[in-house]
Design a protein around this ligand. Structure first.
Ligand code: NFE
Ligand code: MG
Length: 564
């Protein structure tokens, strides 16, 4: 039995430590630990609830937007406040554009290097790579000359000894299996994706005034004045700029991201056998179609034991099935106590101690839904969509399984999705669905404005004690903010975040969190170079800043750092 500590895990957001015990080339036990305490939930106490969204955006450097959305929704829910349709559609466009940006960055820039050997791309024949690419997609940049140019660029970096961010990759690792031509294509798309993630973020900046940390929200609506004839407001020019950017994103997703995932999936098909972990899933509905949040374009619900027939839908911003069933446990986390509580009743009292395998070992709390450990994220979103027969999700999921199956020469069933590679496939499926639905919401916004409706804001009213919760299906999964307001001031504020659900430690019953459970059984060919462990952890797209949102002011060293 050997023990591997990976600390810090890189190509993620925040500070994550993963420990595994390896026996006979397989992971036998695992621990996931958030290594950073922040404190924003405490900073919010006593403040004006209308300002909370500006603070909560600072939980994280990646998904700022999502905490703004969840926060205004929580306060609106506490007040029973509807928002005007225009505000809902503008928020939806920001949510969708942010997700497009985030998923593309995750696949190409944060996780692809676990599967793609950059140095091997130097051995590729660009003409062969172009022929292969043309068999999968008519993306114009997949031609011999462009691919040769990319190869020459990478060669230049290598010869000059300037691999930059590619310096410490697992090049030549036995678990790297792609032929040089596929590696070359992937490197070309890595570079192109840098441009496309930027374009998606431009949509967020146009509508949100800037990104990261949008400026256009308000409890009760948005601050985007609408006047189609005015240069300074949301006008026809800006709206068409948004549409143009979204159209370009959808083309990239269809012609680059989709075939890349199908090809990587087909060539690493054994990775559909690892990383299942916790097959209980939670997703909440999103992209509301009315001011109240009773109808949505993306469905939500729960699935237990990997059985789609157990689907139970979450239907509205008020749904008691969600409201009553979220709790967090701190039995194995560095907080004072060992309770499990509903977010409205929780406190955040940090109490750091040493790492204990059988005791407390993380700053992350362990959320539970209806008492169960659940996995959140694109895989949950896609499975819930398939179970509820959500047309675009079913269509993209089937198309992905068919295309990957064709390349692999095998029949792939939806059951393979409960896996490390399944999480990557699901993220692409979700990105395609969101790309399509974003264009619909653009149309809805235009049509509503055409009717003469330019309203964007309803005024909030505070009185006595008001409790609320707001959820949002963020890129990494179900996010909820919970607020207790007394006489117009925040009395308690808790955020239960996607990476908290997935990266959380064991609970009072000793049950592992989703990262931990999904690592057990993973192969590890070389304990000195535990690439396979990173594959599974990265498949969740960890964001540990979000997961804890609560810094050790002393900057105390709390773990041995092993550079990998
Ligand atoms: Ni910091 Fe996040 C998302 C939220 S956390 S990235 O998506 O909320 O998992
Ligand atoms: Mg929290």
């Amino acid at each position: 039995m050997s023990r591997i500590t990976i600390d810090p895990v890189t190509r993620i957001e925040g500070h994550l430590r993963i420990d595994v015990e390896v026996n006979g080339g397989r992971v036998a036990n695992a621990w996931s630990s958030g290594q950073m305490f922040r404190g924003i939930e405490r900073i919010l106490q006593g403040r004006d609830p209308r300002d909370a969204w500006l603070f909560t955006q600072r939980f994280c450097g990646v998904c700022t937007t999502v905490h703004a959305i969840a926060s205004v929704r929580a306060v609106e829910n506490a007040l029973g406040l509807e928002v005007p349709l225009n505000a809902q559609y503008i928020r939806n466009l920001i949510i969708a554009a942010h997700a497009l940006h985030d998923h593309i960055v995750h696949f190409y820039h944060l996780s692809a290097l676990d599967w793609v050997d950059v140095v091997s791309a130097l051995k590729a024949d660009p003409a062969k790579a172009a022929t292969l690419a043309e068999s999968l997609s008519d993306w114009p940049n997949n031609n011999r000359l462009q691919l040769k140019a990319v190869q020459d660029r990478v060669k230049g970096f290598v010869e000059a000894g300037q691999l930059g961010i590619f310096t410490n990759g697992y090049w030549g690792h036995p678990a790297m299996k792609l032929p040089p031509e596929v590696n070359l294509l992937a490197v070309a798309h890595y570079l192109e994706a840098l441009e496309y993630q930027r374009r998606a973020n431009q949509v967020v900046a146009i509508l949100g005034s800037k990104t990261p940390n949008i400026q256009n929200l308000a409890v009760g609506g948005v601050a985007n004045a609408i006047n189609l004839d005015n240069e300074a407001t949301l006008n026809m020019k800006k709206l068409y700029q948004v549409k143009d950017l979204l159209d370009g994103m959808m083309a990239f997703v269809e012609k680059v991201y989709f075939p890349d995932i199908c090809a990587v999936g087909a060539m690493y098909a054994d990775w559909f056998n690892y990383g299942k972990g916790v097959p209980n899933y939670l997703a909440v509905p999103d992209l509301p179609l009315d001011g109240k949040g009773t109808q949505f374009d993306l469905p939500g619900g729960t699935i237990m034991n990997g059985d789609l027939s157990t689907i139970r839908e979450i239907k509205s911003f008020e749904d008691p099935y969600f409201k009553d069933n979220v709790a967090e446990c701190i039995a194995r986390s560095w907080y004072d106590g060992d309770w499990t509580k509903h977010p409205w009743d929780e406190s955040t009292d940090p109490k750091y101690g040493e790492w204990q395998d059988d005791g407390k070992y993380s700053w992350i709390k362990a959320p539970r839904f209806n008492g169960e450990v659940v996995q959140v994220g694109p895989l949950a979103q896609v499975l819930v969509g398939v179970a509820l027969k959500h047309e675009p999700t079913v269509r993209w999921a089937m198309k992905t399984l068919e295309t990957a199956g064709k390349i692999a020469g095998a029949q792939l069933s939806p059951a393979i999705l409960h896996s490390t590679l399944g999480r990557h496939a699901a993220r692409m499926i979700r990105t395609a669905v969101i790309g399509e639905v974003a264009l619909k919401h653009w149309q809805l916004l235009i049509e509503n404005i055409k009717k003469g409706d330019v309203s964007i804001y309803n005024k909030p009213e505070f009185k006595g004690e008001q409790r609320g919760f707001g959820f949002h299906e963020a890129p990494r999964g179900t996010l909820s903010h919970w607020v207790v307001i007394r006489d117009g001031k925040i009395a308690n504020y808790q955020a239960v975040v996607p990476s908290t659900w997935n990266a959380g430690p064991r609970d009072d019953k000793g049950r592992m969190g989703p990262y931990e459970a999904s690592l057990v059984g993973n192969p590890v060919a070389n304990p000195e170079l535990p690439l396979e462990v990173l594959r599974t952890v990265h498949s969740f797209d960890p964001c540990i800043a979000c997961a804890i949102h609560t810094l050790d002011p002393e900057g105390q060293e709390i773990a041995r750092v092993k550079a990998l």
